[in-house]
Design a protein around this ligand. Structure first.
Ligand code: NAD
Length: 380
């Protein structure tokens, strides 16, 4: 037997780290799941629904945490939570490990084994644990739905007795997980969809979803993908050519959704103020890269602003605005990860510290920061 604690998240995080479905499965694996009362409320997982699947509902976070072997969270736990854990407790969350280094070190000093789900290696065995994908997919969907709501026109073409309503033109910049779902969603709503990316592999994916691919396809473009499948930073010359092509395209578009990211770097700036100015009044830009500095010059993180008649939204935590699905999928990602740490026959925790997935996500252990990408950094 081992005890899993789940506590409520902060005021700005509607998601929760467990669902009725995963409570049932974790219980079957030998876990005693203790959930702080109300923790699932904003995801519409009531205490009763969690209890019905085997969870113990506790009145306070402290009661859920007392003597726990595992703590599951969406965001980095508070220092108070960390202090109440026994050394060696396994903590699994989206720790945002590259920000607030000083607090991360303090969390590590608790002696807990801290795992950061964002660092999950992108190997096929870990696909079911990939929180970046599960959350980005929902963000891509919601970006289109939000854009449609903000846009003062219809998305599909409509032929009526009073005349024809034209289909909206939607342009998706960055065709990773979020971008692909944005294309699919915009297509379902009847828009005319185009998309761009610097990775050549995306060209076929865009076409297969019925959208038009827009990019400068030179030699540099053909090489622009790392072995891990991510984008590389592009040369200044390529960026200039691409910017010219994109500028001509953007001014004809009604809705632009940007999702372009390069791991470990600020988001590339793809839409200049001049490009915004050239767009039609009433156009909408949704910048999913807002958290990393934004793909658009006018983006204000966490806000929607109007610039030259164009609405520019820089949402943070868009997946969290579909909390039922976001929590449900995140909880499943955590379940898949915990299955790796549990001896299913004996129903006990048994961590193989040499496993690639364990090593890839382990941030701190025995009071020290251990992840290779973090040991070089000094405390801020
Ligand atoms: P991401 O969030 O890092 O970036 C989003 C997109 O922005 C990427 O497609 C990237 O190429 C693009 N981009 C970067 N700079 C750009 C620029 N200047 N202009 C236009 N586009 C730009 O990416 P992601 O969604 O995490 O996915 C990246 C890749 O990894 C995808 O091919 C995805 O299918 C793959 N993936 C693999 C696994 C796995 O094997 N387990 C899991 C998830 C994703």
């Amino acid at each position: 037997m081992f005890t899993i604690a789940v506590t409520a998240e902060g005021a700005d995080e509607p998601r929760v780290a467990v669902s009725p479905e995963t409570v049932k499965k974790l219980t079957a694996l030998g876990g005693r799941v203790r959930v702080q009362s109300g923790a699932g409320w904003r995801s519409h997982f009531s205490d009763d629904a969690l209890k019905a699947q085997g969870a113990d509902i506790t009145g306070t976070a402290a009661e859920a945490l007392a003597g726990a072997d595992i703590l599951l969270k969406v965001r980095r736990p508070t220092l108070e939570e960390m202090k109440s854990l026994n050394p060696g407790t396994i903590v699994v969350a989206m720790l945002d490990p590259y920000s607030d280094r000083a607090a991360l070190e303090l969390a590590g000093q608790s002696g807990a084994s801290l795992f950061s789900m964002e660092l999950m290696p992108r190997i096929s065995r870990a696909q079911s644990m990939d929180v970046l994908s599960s959350q980005a997919n929902l963000a891509g969907y919601k970006a289109v739905v939000d854009a449609a709501a903000m846009f003062g026109q219809a998305m599909p073409m409509m032929m009526t007795a009073a005349g024809t309503v034209p289909a909206a033109k939607v342009f998706i910049m960055g065709v990773g997980v979020a971008g692909l779902q944005a294309i699919a969603t915009a297509r379902r709503l009847g828009a005319i969809v185009s998309a761009t990316d610097v990775r050549p592999a995306t060209k076929e994916q865009v076409a297969s979803l019925g959208a038009k691919f827009v990019a400068v396809e030179d030699d540099e473009f053909r090489e622009a993908q790392t072995a891990a499948g991510y984008a590389k930073p592009m040369s200044a010359e390529y960026q200039k050519k691409q910017a010219e092509l994109v500028a001509a395209h953007v001014k004809t578009q009604d809705i632009v959704i940007t999702t372009a990211l390069i791991p470990g770097r600020p988001a590339p700036k793809l839409i200049s103020s001049a490009m915004v100015k050239a767009m039609k009044p009433g156009s909408v830009i949704i910048d999913l890269a807002a958290e990393r500095g934004g793909n658009c010059e006018g983006t204000v993180a966490g806000q929607t602003v109007e610039v030259d008649g164009v609405l520019i939204a820089g949402p943070l935590n868009l997946a969290g605005s579909v909390p039922v699905n976001a929590s449900g999928l995140y909880a499943r990602n955590l379940l898949a990860f915990l299955e790796l740490l549990i001896d299913k026959k004996e129903k006990v925790l048994r961590v193989n510290w040499d496993d690639e997935i364990v090593k890839g996500t382990l941030v701190a252990k025995d009071g020290r920061i251990v992840h290779p990408s973090l040991v070089q950094q000094t405390a801020a």
